[in-house]
Design a binder for this molecule. Structure first.
Ligand code: 13P
Ligand code: SF4
Length: 365
């Protein structure tokens, strides 16, 4: 039987640098039994301990490939759920701090999505005409909902291809929880703005008329990422004024105007690769989370590239930042002692349906 875990209280007062050597020692003791996955937004003092890093799509793929007994996920809750769903039954996904959630993912939940599905069903046969697409930034039960209703998951890397997949099957899409990714991807696929309507889940029929619902191609859930809403068109206009030769790159969670004014729009991995491959001496304005932008600015400075953050204010994914060195040290030292803290275990039936929706996505791209 597993003995009681070492309490987190013993790690709370530790200084960040004191955690550093403990993390390194625990990692060495665990060897190949544990793999640490790190999302690009992870804070630097945690990110440096990641064995593998990537965007949401890359990390989902890595979760299917690793053989480590423990997958320690330095990201947010939905990412660790995906790792649990896609990994082998004998592997355990772990989230070092259970409070590391995603505020956008929390803007949709199963009760609301089921209610919206029923409401759409009062206008047309939802299962016949509508494909539900959930952004990977969503809870496992919403992925399961998509699995059950012939739907699919997408990430910011593949949303356009996933829309194509959906429209090859049914004529409409319900896209949740991020309206901005849905709108931008639809726009890039040539769908007209008036065919993409926001569904306000606090209003009867989403605030739409039956006629609007019948005409819409994409129903966009009224959700957003608060971090990416801090970037504004004016920031780009100011930059272009000051640096006419500068380039602008943004994440598709940014609002439509920001995406339209940017030279490039893409996932965190796309942003990273584009900047790494950019010509020396170029200047970039970047609209995505601060930790990634700071890391790239630092890394690419020696090549003469100037990387500038898009907003004048600090825009950090504060929930992901909850995975701090203290929680990572606590998690790893418990594993060394044979105790699993914060395992992420998606219930079997939910995992099976969510896996179906995730596998459909992984087969498309
Ligand atoms: P990526 O899919 O680009 O990693 O983005 C995930 C995310 O949460 C961005 O806010
Ligand atoms: Fe969620 Fe936004 Fe954080 Fe991404 S940046 S994990 S969407 S809260």
């Amino acid at each position: 039987m597993q003995t009681a875990a070492i309490a987190f209280d013993r790690f709370k007062p530790l200084r960040d640098d004191a955690c550093e050597s403990r993390i390194v020692a625990a990692k060495a003791a665990l060897g190949r039994r544990a793999v640490i996955l790190g999302h690009h937004y992870q804070r630097a003092d945690v990110y440096k301990h990641a064995d593998l890093s990537g965007d949401s799509l890359g990390l989902s793929r890595l979760a299917t490939k690793t053989d480590a007994e423990y997958i320690v996920f330095c990201g947010v809750h939905f990412m660790a759920e995906v790792a649990d769903i896609l990994s082998k039954p004998e592997q355990t996904a772990i989230l070092p701090d259970m409070n590391a959630g995603c505020s956008m993912a929390d803007m949709a939940n199963l009760a609301k999505v089921e209610r919206v599905w029923r409401e759409i069903g009062t206008v047309l046969d939802a299962d016949e005409y509508v494909t539900p697409i959930t952004y990977i930034n969503s809870a496992a039960d919403l992925k399961a909902f998509c699995g059950e209703h012939g739907g699919i998951v997408c990430t910011s890397s593949n949303a356009q291809a996933i829309l194509d997949w959906a429209f090859a099957r049914r004529e409409k899409v319900l896209f949740f929880p991020d309206q901005h990714l849905g709108r931008w991807s639809g726009y890039m696929n040539g769908i007209k703005p008036d065919e993409m309507l926001v569904w306000d889940f606090d209003e009867p029929l989403g605030g739409l008329t039956p006629e609007q619902i019948r005409r819409a191609k994409i129903l966009l859930w009224k959700g957003h990422c608060s971090v990416h809403q801090m970037f504004q068109a004016q920031h780009i206009l100011n930059f272009r004024n000051q640096y006419p030769d500068g380039m602008v790159i943004a994440h598709p969670e940014c609002n439509f105007e920001v995406c339209k004014l940017s030279d490039y729009v893409g996932s965190t991995d796309f942003i990273l690769k584009t900047l790494q491959e950019a010509k020396p001496g170029t200047r970039w304005l970047v609209g995505t989370e601060l930790n990634l932008v700071n890391r790239l600015a630092e890394q690419l400075k020696p090549e003469g590239k100037v990387i500038q953050f898009m907003a004048p204010t600090v825009c950090m994914c504060s929930t992901m930042a909850r995975i701090d060195p203290q929680h990572l040290a606590w998690t790893l030292e418990n594993l060394v002692e044979g105790r699993v803290v914060n395992p992420i275990r998606v219930p079997a039936r939910e995992a099976e349906l969510a896996r179906a929706a995730l596998k459909r996505m992984l087969e498309v791209v």
